[in-house]
Design a protein around this ligand. Structure first.
Ligand SMILES: Nc1ncnc2c1ncn2[C@@H]1O[C@H](COP(=O)(O)OP(=O)(O)OP(=O)(O)O)[C@@H](O)[C@H]1O
Ligand SMILES: [Mg+2]
Length: 358
């Protein structure tokens, strides 16, 4: 049910629901189909720490509470949502199939292909596929993306939505949703980022994910266990606060003056070092020897000085992602807050852009 055959299809926009380790994010975009999209509303609601671990729902009750709280703040009128599984829960593979196959013929081919590389019985997985690129003639092969995930991973998220009164109509993959939002960011670059090697650096609460793209193709990806939680824990320790209070104080900027120099700056320095290390791995393990642009995303992207420090350490142009910069903004949304939250809303943005076909 990664968006396709297993769920009903409706030609209306869906609200993006991103459930991650640190928060629940809801985002609604309206318009589209030629019109400028408008950011209608969004919320970022903190998630209890033990609720989602490594992308898995570890405590359903706590996760449901967070989604309900998010919905209360978001407002009424939400039913259909687009959700995503973490990339780690999904096996994807690209295969070539003859063009001109009927849907059912393709299903048979996909299943037999999937049998060969999925390490579980097929009745334990949700399997879906999507033809990539434009439809071509009958005599040409088409590239097909297969995605498979263990059923319980999908069912957990569907159940989470349901318990909060929502219906998961699309189950995407976080990395795909991120890439849709990233495409919007890349379009803002000179020449639309054409032929540029661009590293998307997503610094979340627990993980830093670096994905390198060239002309919308992923050429490298790597994850490091490093994220904003480190800084939050340092704050909690230094100022004798609970982790929850430390997290809130960090975001609301209500910490003592010593925070910037004693905690934030060392964190930014380690993060920049971490990023430059990952790029070194990229250079040594691929044919590429340069990166033209770094795009920072994830909640930590807005930490002051981070772009400058990353730029000076790596000698690579660095900007902070804002997938909404070409969109209109409803009067319900504070533009300044949106810019600050934008890098953390990449997955939610990609999900909210999903239109389910009729
Ligand atoms: N304004 C801010 N200033 C500093 N840090 C912030 C700010 N906003 C969010 N963060 C930090 O960003 C992190 C959350 O980012 P994000 O929402 O991208 O993470 P996540 O997707 O839940 O985590 P992960 O991808 O690691 O599972 C937290 O550590 C949070 O403290
Ligand atoms: Mg994340």
């Amino acid at each position: 049910m990664f968006d396709l055959s297993l769920l009903s299809r409706k030609a209306r926009p869906l609200v993006g629901l991103d459930v991650s380790s640190s928060s629940v994010k809801l985002l609604e975009l309206v318009g589209g189909d030629g019109e400028t999209l408008r950011v209608e509303r969004y919320v970022i609601e903190p998630m209890a720490r033990e609720a989602v671990v490594d992308g898995n729902i570890a405590n359903m009750d706590l996760a449901v509470d967070a989604v309900r709280r998010a919905l209360r703040r978001f407002g009424a009128g939400v039913k259909g949502v687009a959700m995503a599984l973490p990339a780690s829960a999904v096996i994807t593979k690209r295969i070539m199939l003859p063009g001109g196959l009927r849907e059912e013929e393709m299903e048979v081919q996909v299943e037999s292909e999937a049998n060969q590389y999925i390490p579980f019985a097929l009745d334990e997985v949700n399997l879906d596929f999507q033809v990539l690129g434009d439809a071509v003639g009958e005599d040409q092969d088409v590239e097909v993306l297969i995605a498979a995930s263990r059923k319980e991973k999908v069912e957990d998220r569907v159940a989470l939505a349901e318990a909060a009164g929502l219906k998961a109509e699309v189950m995407d993959v976080e990395s795909f949703a991120t890439q849709s939002a990233f495409d919007l960011v890349v379009r803002q670059l000179p020449q639309g980022g054409k032929d540029q090697i661009i590293a998307l650096v997503d610094v979340g609460a627990t993980m830093t994910r670096v994905t390198v793209f060239l002309n919308a193709n992923e050429v490298y990806t790597r994850e490091q266990v490093f994220g904003g939680n480190q800084l939050t824990h340092d704050v909690a320790r230094m100022y004798g606060m609970s982790v929850e209070d430390a997290e809130a104080a960090k975001k609301n900027k209500t910490l003592p003056e010593t925070f910037a120099a004693e905690l934030q700056r060392p964190f930014v320095d380690s993060l920049a070092l971490e990023i430059s290390r990952v790029l070194q791995f990229f250079f040594t393990s691929t044919q590429y020897n340069q990166v033209d642009q770094i795009v920072l995303a994830g909640g930590c992207a807005v930490i002051p000085d981070l772009p400058d420090v990353v730029k000076s350490r790596t000698q690579i142009e660095t900007l902070v992602a804002n997938p909404f910069s070409g969109m209109a903004v409803s009067s319900k949304v504070r533009p300044k807050a949106l810019v600050a939250d934008a890098p953390a809303l990449m997955v939610a943005c990609g999900l909210a852009m999903r239109r389910v076909e009729a």
